[in-house]
Design a protein around this ligand. Structure first.
Ligand code: PLP
Length: 465
């Protein structure tokens, strides 16, 4: 740490935090006796807390965000220069970084054409949902309003985004939700017995898992189904990589029933899986792509909803109908800091070859985690793509009974004590966050990767013997 804060300042910060901050996603009761953790500083792959303790961050800011690492002067400078020139103007007018980032982004997304700026992943998803609903009214006489979402996928924290939320634990106590969101089954090969597909494997399983979506479309009536919203690799629902053959069949089904395909790249977008977008790993042609976290690596708040010229054209209209356009705004979608940071973020990824590094380091990490499976019976499954990986912990490899939440949290706490921050995700059984989750920045070196998996090895030995 650079010593900007002395001990007195920091104890004041801790007290202010304890007195006034409502932290995200945690129970506050323990803060009555324990200090909240304050992250003070970050550089590269590392962060320092209020006690000056250094941590190797294996989760890119906690939630898969800081893709290019901390302390990037060039991004800070791009944001500073832009803010001095123009901080904001509502996005009904254009801005220089807004136009230039959109151009750069679309270059990486063949087939896509239009960028709608907003400021969170939830909001980006809601924009696509609203477009689907409006298309249903404009083109299908008010039918085709249904939006399908998948068990275990997550699309955000607002009520409409939660209506498309496939994780029961997150949704409990927040209903009722918006109508016409319909759940389809997950595609998790490790737990294929839950789908009644235990007898299938490989591409046969993948196609059969996608066929379960077709069954839902037929049950609901294809004339009522407007869109299917999926994560390319399910993130918070357990780091679920799609099985072989799944996406090809999903694409066929969408085409067959005239269902728009919305891919939620809030986590996978901008390099996390080793390609610019997760869907590009599977040769998919989406109608909507939403992205947020890695777009500017957390240096500024920015999210995008990207669509095709075909969808855009449906909203172009010379008629006198005053309702004929997409009547939507996001105030902070007009901030210029986001696209200014995003341009520089993308330049760094290109110039430093971070997509290739992500692929290489992801393979190394996958190999390390698979090697740990031989030693630790508690690891039931290891999965992932690029630098987005999960290790599912089970009490029994035969029954696949998850370990308790307490045990999984003990592994996370042990790693934390060793100075390595890892995550744990929800596999949709209330109280059973049992999947360790890793998403180091795309700059990770082989030493960083080995340090992370060595910490996990030591933690598993201490917690499970
Ligand atoms: N979609 C996915 C796949 C996510 O993981 C998240 C957040 O974790 C969101 C959407 C919501 O993004 P935000 O928290 O920026 O609203």
């Amino acid at each position: 740490m650079d010593g900007t804060f002395n001990e007195n300042d920091l104890s004041r910060v801790v007290e202010a935090d304890r007195a006034h901050i409502w932290h995200h996603l945690i129970q506050h009761k323990p803060f009555e006796t324990n200090d909240p953790r304050i992250i003070v500083e970050g550089k590269g792959m590392r962060v320092w807390d209020q006690k000056g303790k250094e941590h190797l961050d294996a989760v890119s800011g906690g939630v898969w965000t800081v893709n290019v690492g901390y302390g990037r002067e060039s991004i800070c400078k791009a944001v500073y220069d832009q803010l001095m020139k123009l901080c904001y103007f509502a996005n009904s007018a254009g801005s220089i970084p807004g136009a230039l980032f959109a151009e750069k982004l679309i270059e990486k997304m063949p087939g896509m054409s239009r960028v709608y700026y907003t400021n969170s992943g939830s909001e980006a998803n809601e924009k696509a949902f609203k477009m689907v609903r409006q298309i249903a009214h404009k083109k299908y006489g008010g039918r085709k309003t249904k939006i399908l979402y998948r068990d275990r996928d997550y699309h955000g924290s607002t009520l409409a985004a939660m209506s498309a939320g496939g994780q029961d634990e997150r949704n409990a106590q927040y209903g009722p939700f918006a109508p016409d969101f319909v759940k389809v089954p997950h595609c998790m090969e490790y737990r294929k017995e839950e789908l009644g597909l235990g007898h299938l494997s490989g591409a046969e399983f993948g196609r059969a898992a996608a066929d379960l979506i077709e069954e839902v479309i037929l049950r609901e009536g294809p004339e009522t189904v407007g869109a299917l919203c999926l994560e390319p690799v399910t993130a918070g629902g357990g780091v679920i990589t799609p099985p072989e053959g799944y996406w090809e069949r999903v694409q066929e089904i969408c085409k067959k029933y005239d269902v728009l395909l919305h891919i939620d790249e809030v986590v996978c977008g901008i390099g996390r899986t080793g390609t610019w977008f997760g869907y590009q790993q599977y040769g998919v042609k989406p109608d909507f792509v939403t992205m947020a976290k890695g777009v500017a690596s957390g240096y500024a708040a920015i999210a995008c909803m990207v669509t095709t010229e075909e969808v855009f054209d449906m909203f172009k209209d010379n008629s006198d109908d005053p309702l004929n356009y997409f009547r939507d705004i996001s105030t902070f979608g007009g901030c210029t800091a986001g696209p200014a940071a995003a341009i520089e973020n993308m330049r760094i990824i290109e110039d430093e070859n971070l997509l290739d590094n992500c692929t290489a380091m992801g393979e190394r990490m996958l190999g390390n985690l698979r090697a740990l499976m031989d030693k630790h019976q508690v690891i039931g499954d290891v999965r992932g793509k690029g630098l987005f990986l999960g290790a599912e912990l089970v009490a029994n490899r035969e029954t696949k009974e998850p370990v308790t939440e307490k045990q999984a949290q003990a592994v996370v706490a042990d790693c934390m004590a060793q100075g390595v921050i890892i995550g744990v995700t929800n596999r949709s059984i209330p109280g059973r966050n049992n999947t360790l989750c890793f998403s180091p920045a795309l700059i990770a070196t082989a030493d960083d990767i080995d340090a992370i998996t060595n910490a996990v090895d030591a933690a598993l030995t201490r917690v499970f013997g």
